[in-house]
Design a protein. Structure first.
Length: 185
């Protein structure tokens, strides 16, 4: 059965995956010792850092919290995914610093950027696969209409679970610009 909450998370996964491919192509260029488009690379990181941190991961964290109370078998996976959200933020911060250093410092800085960039993409991929294969299907099966209704309610202490219209417009415009690149889809 279609679930709007999970549908939105899956839709965001598709977009993040597309932007991840933009980043991957720039890393491939650096791997050939050619100069990547650093503006594009930094914009892709900006998108990946902006949307998940402000909206996607916090919505997932709320889902994990709820799911933990109804399915204790998933406790280990849910804890790992929650910790990975923090790990992903740290990797993005490091990657942004390495991208700026490589833009200034040239090819000598490419190997560290490549290593960190590929690690980051690998972790992101396995993270979203685990969510899509193990967590979302169980949530769709086990959570009740009341659970979903509660998850949609904004919480007073939740500062990371929503974005304002201006931020939403900025994220959308950034995404469109990234997708305008050749072979971006
Ligand atoms: Fe996640
Ligand atoms: Fe996710």
């Amino acid at each position: 059965m279609y679930n709007a909450y999970i549908g939105q998370l899956l839709y965001e996964h598709i977009r993040m995956r597309r932007v991840g491919r933009v980043l991957e192509r720039q890393l491939d260029i650096a791997a050939r010792c050619e100069e990547p488009d650093f503006i594009l690379l930094i914009r892709a990181l900006d998108y990946l850092r902006g949307l998940p941190a402000r909206l996607h991961h916090s919505r997932e964290d709320r889902l994990f919290e709820r799911l933990r109370t109804v399915d204790t078998n998933l406790a280990r996976e849910l804890e790992m995914l929650r910790a990975q959200h923090q790990e992903i933020y740290q990797l993005e911060d490091t990657l942004q610093e390495l991208a700026v250093a490589a833009a200034k410092g040239g090819q000598a800085a490419y190997p560290r950027l490549l290593e960190a960039g590929r690690d980051y993409l690998r972790i992101r991929k396995s993270h979203s696969q685990l969510e899509e294969r193990s967590v979302f299907p169980v949530a769709a099966r086990k959570l009740t209409p009341e659970d979903w209704q509660l998850l949609e309610c904004p919480r007073l202490d939740d500062h990371g679970g929503s974005i304002d219209a201006e931020m939403h417009g900025r994220v959308l415009s950034l995404y469109r610009r990234l997708m305008e690149q050749p072979k971006a889809a």
